[in-house]
Design a protein. Structure first.
Length: 65
């Protein structure tokens, strides 16, 4: 049997924590930052957690399931 490849784009976008949660970077932090408040930009630094409804799909992409 051939090996099953992990989705390359998914492994760059998601990270698995020690407790098994899957985190991702928040959007809207790349450009046009002048009009965004410091409070908003600071909040975007925090990693988001993948929602429970999408967790199985992301795990399948990462070959964790």
């Amino acid at each position: 049997m051939p090996k099953v490849k992990t989705n390359s784009s998914a492994k760059k976008r998601f990270k698995v924590t020690g407790t098994g949660k899957i985190t991702h970077q928040r959007s809207h932090k790349r450009h046009i930052l002048t009009k965004k408040s410091n409070k908003r930009k600071r909040a975007l630094r925090v990693d988001g957690v993948v929602h429970k409804s999408n967790e199985d799909f992301v795990k399948r992409l990462l070959r964790l399931k």
